[in-house]
Design a protein around this ligand. Structure first.
Ligand code: GLN
Length: 303
């Protein structure tokens, strides 16, 4: 059976589902997204790609942006990043304050919110937020080979006006001397990176920089690609990372917009979008769809 036929079958079975999880409501602008959307895209190393469903509709990538900012931060400061953020699964919610206090302001990993806020603080360095965001968006456009990728200002503003928990985390970081800029400045940049919108097709194509195969745009070293994939599989789904590794067997990064980027090392990048979330903030049907796809394609990093 062809990749396209497999995608079509997954689309048909997902479309029939009535339990679709809950759309994120803590960012008001995301609360109005129709939970009925479903898109899926697979991009192979050479750029050949297959799509099904709402794969052309841009959605809020939210925490998937943390993969791109991590790549930029490692490019800027290398292993010095690990003096400010850990590399262990958190076992806690992505926005847990408790853990940050207990661990003296060193976030467990770069994908939970405080870790990602530190990463954004690093890439800000001495640039302005506008310059940093332009560099980030350009990196993503280049990776996707698509200039039509933008930040949704309304989503960024919506999160800024309601992001009390992220403000609390940023102030905590600052109190532990693990934030070099004012919390407002770093968070303003962070909210904008989360508000980047991409379609499944664009995200799968952009994700190819993490495949490590001949033919992919080599934006970072193969060694860094491996390390980012390791962090994705251990930490990319917060306190459901073990469950995702068990079910899907591939590195993945979720966002509360309902998207997931999944990497099949050496072979492909997958992007899925279904806005309804599990209690841990990961796409419910998105996870099921990539689980089915990985099984059908016989894709796994575990042999
Ligand atoms: N912008 C969201 C937040 O900071 C991102 C969270 C996510 O996608 N898990 O809460």
């Amino acid at each position: 059976m062809s990749v396209q036929e497999i995608l079509n079958q997954i689309h048909t079975s997902i479309s029939a589902r009535s339990d679709r999880g809950e759309v994120a409501t803590y960012i008001p602008e995301l609360a109005s997204v129709d939970p009925g959307h479903f898109g899926l895209a697979v991009a192979l190393a050479d750029g050949k790609h297959y799509t099904v469903g709402d794969a052309e509709i841009p959605f809020s990538i939210q925490s998937i942006s943390k993969v791109f900012t991590l790549a930029l931060a490692l490019g800027m400061v290398g292993d010095k990043l690990w003096e400010r953020v850990g590399r262990e699964p958190s076992g806690n919610a992505f926005n847990s304050i408790l853990q940050l206090e207990r661990e003296q302001g060193i976030p467990r990993n770069p994908f939970i919110n405080p870790g990602a806020i530190v990463v954004t603080d690093v890439i800000l360095a001495s640039s302005s937020p506008a310059e940093t965001l332009a560099e980030l968006v350009n990196f993503i456009r280049y990776a996707a080979d698509d200039g039509n990728i933008y930040i949704n200002e309304a989503v960024a503003l919506s999160e800024k006006t309601t992001g009390h928990r992220n403000f609390a985390l940023a102030h905590f970081l600052r109190s532990f001397n693990n934030l070099t800029h004012e919390p407002e400045l770093t968070l303003g940049t962070y909210f904008h990176q989360c508000a980047i919108e991409m379609s499944c097709r664009q995200l799968a194509l952009a994700g190819r920089f993490l495949i490590n195969a001949p033919g992919v745009p080599q934006l970072i070293s193969p060694d860094r690609v491996r390390r980012i994939n390791a962090l994705m599989i251990t930490c990319g789904h917060y306190d459901a990372s073990g469950d995702f590794a068990y079910k899907v067997g591939l590195p993945g990064k979720s966002g509360v917009g309902g998207g997931i980027l999944v990497i099949v090392p050496g072979k492909a990048a997958i992007a899925v979008w279904s806005p309804g979330l599990t209690a841990q903030g990961n796409s419910l049907l998105g996870t099921e769809a990539v689980q089915a796809l990985a099984q059908r394609m016989d894709w796994s990093v575990f042999g």
